[in-house]
Design a protein around this ligand. Structure first.
Ligand SMILES: [Ca+2]
Ligand SMILES: [Ca+2]
Length: 504
């Protein structure tokens, strides 16, 4: 709240810092040459186009005005030591042959005033705002800024090119009526204040922090503040949204952070020993590195991203969570997955390198493969593809048991076989790394009498329960062969279709 209270003052400060009325040392118009202590030369001036090759350095209380022209710059521009750069009514073209070949660097109380100016480049370029530099952009199109230290940034009716806009250190950013295309990354002690603006993904970074976050979703935020609308401790970043639209949230849980997320739609990044719990949310992208503990409960993992586990040593507990995203990648990881998950499609590993996943499988034995009642004391045997026994056990009195299977580089795509035996009933079930859990073990139930043979006895038995249903005093799920919650002629017909079969 300390930072939120200072917002008005900071806005005034940004306005005052920019002093376009400073004595102008140089101007660049159709017929004039710019020489702001440049290193390099101007190669041509014609048709109101200035082409400058070489590094420009504006420093020592200089003010450099570039105005009413097209300005083609081939080289870096540095504004340092109280220098001032004014770009007014300029079509500014950064002439690069590769990405990030050149860029702007603002430091040492540099002041930059950009007005009615369009910045263009065939390739992205970077602008670093360091120290106590102050940048004001009005009615312009600029490239994303990387704001460090005590830099201050004010955007008004300005659009940024697509890319990562970074606010870190003690930087302060104010935006009104502006569009930030791409990500806005808020880190360390930065403060960001957005009014009537729109932006892509907001990325919030937590270090050594505790945060309980909720209702983080895309859309219009009429009045939202990180410290007012969320519960956070030891969090120095601040973010305020007023009538501002954003397309999504990305949460970085780093360095011992304890983060809980509820009722949200988020990208989640876990890095260096955080404990992250996500409830009732849609997880667009999960990226887990190093030691992490992740709990997902009543979530959907869903999106067009690859779920990445990179050097991840830790645990993932999944409860009642759907995974509809198909792709995952694992690198140098060793982790444990427990809990229950439903997969809409098989998980495809785009990459599996030097990874070990131990999966805990919850098993439920039921009297039928659909909605039968739990069966206790079912003997279970897990075989690998070579019919080697990996594990054996018996279900408990509520029909449950669990076991672990460790998957490594050589076996993570294997299909294992879980055999279930009770009395004369046997079933064989395929089980894989990402099989749904609880994993239901059901039995062939046409031999409802359990004598190992489908015969007239079974037809008679089912017929004895004819016209019963859940709640009926004679109802027994076992005889609802086709699991439609009614014992009728269809069940009798299905048993009859298997007449004469031996049940192994
Ligand atoms: Ca029978
Ligand atoms: Ca039925």
């Amino acid at each position: 709240m300390r930072r939120a209270n200072g917002i008005v003052g900071m806005i005034l400060m940004v306005s005052l810092i920019i002093l376009p009325t400073l004595p102008i040392r140089q101007t660049c118009t159709a017929s004039e040459v710019l020489d702001c202590r440049t290193v390099g030369t101007f190669t041509a001036i014609y048709n109101n186009v200035t082409i400058h090759v070489g590094t420009m350095i504006i420093s020592g209380n200089e003010t450099c005005l570039i105005e009413n022209c097209t300005f083609v710059q081939t080289g870096n521009i540095s504004v340092v030591d109280n220098g001032t750069l004014i770009l007014r009514n300029v079509d500014f073209q950064m002439n690069q042959t590769v990405t990030w070949q050149f860029g702007f660097s603002f430091a040492g109380h540099a002041k930059i005033h950009i007005e009615n100016t369009t910045m263009e480049s065939q390739y992205p370029f970077q602008s670093n705002c360091l120290d106590k530099s102050a940048i004001l952009a009005l009615n312009s199109r600029i490239y994303p800024l990387h704001c460090f230290d005590n830099s201050t940034i004010s955007l008004s009716s300005t659009k940024t090119a697509t890319g990562a806009f970074l606010c870190t250190g003690e930087s302060y950013m104010y935006s009104e009526n502006s569009t930030i295309n791409g990500q806005l990354w808020c880190s360390q002690n930065s403060s960001v204040y957005l009014v009537n603006s729109s932006l892509g993904i907001v990325e919030l970074e937590f270090h050594h922090s505790a945060a309980t976050l909720s209702h983080l979703r895309a859309g219009l935020h009429k009045l939202w503040n990180l410290h007012i609308n969320q519960s956070v401790e030891n969090v120095s970043i601040n973010l305020t949204l007023i009538n501002t639209w954003l397309s999504g949230w990305s949460i970085y849980c780093w360095e011992d952070s304890q983060v809980s997320i509820y009722d949200s739609e988020v990208h989640v990044h876990c890095h260096v020993n955080p404990a992250v719990s996500i409830f009732n949310s849609t997880i667009l992208n999960l990226h887990v590195l190093y030691n992490s503990t992740v709990l997902m409960q009543n979530c959907v993992i869903n999106g067009s991203y690859i779920q990445v586990f990179d050097r991840f040593i830790g645990t993932i507990q999944i409860n009642s969570t759907d995974w509809t995203e198909r792709f995952a990648a694992c690198f140098d990881s060793d982790f444990y997955i427990s809990g229950n998950i439903t997969l809409r499609e098989p998980v495809l590993f785009q990459s599996w390198q030097n990874t070990r996943i131990t999966r805990n499988f919850n098993i439920e034995a039921k009297s039928s493969s659909c909605t039968g009642s739990q069966m206790d004391n079912v003997q279970l045997t897990l075989y690998d593809e070579n019919t080697t026994v990996l594990w054996t056990g018996f279900t408990d009195d509520v029909g449950r048991i669990d076991f672990n299977v460790t998957y490594i580089d050589g076996n993570h795509t294997d299909t294992l076989w879980l055999e279930a035996i009770k009395g004369g009933w046997t079933s064989i079930n395929e089980i894989q790394l990402f099989s749904d859990t609880p994993f239901n073990v059901g039995f062939r139930q046409w031999d409802v009498t359990g004598d190992g043979y489908v015969g007239i006895d079974d037809i008679v038995r089912v017929a004895e329960y004819f016209d019963t249903y859940p709640g009926h005093p004679s109802w027994d799920q076992l005889y609802d062969v086709n699991c439609d919650q009614y014992i009728g002629i269809d069940d009798i017909v299905e048993v009859a279709e298997h007449f004469g079969e031996l049940i192994q």
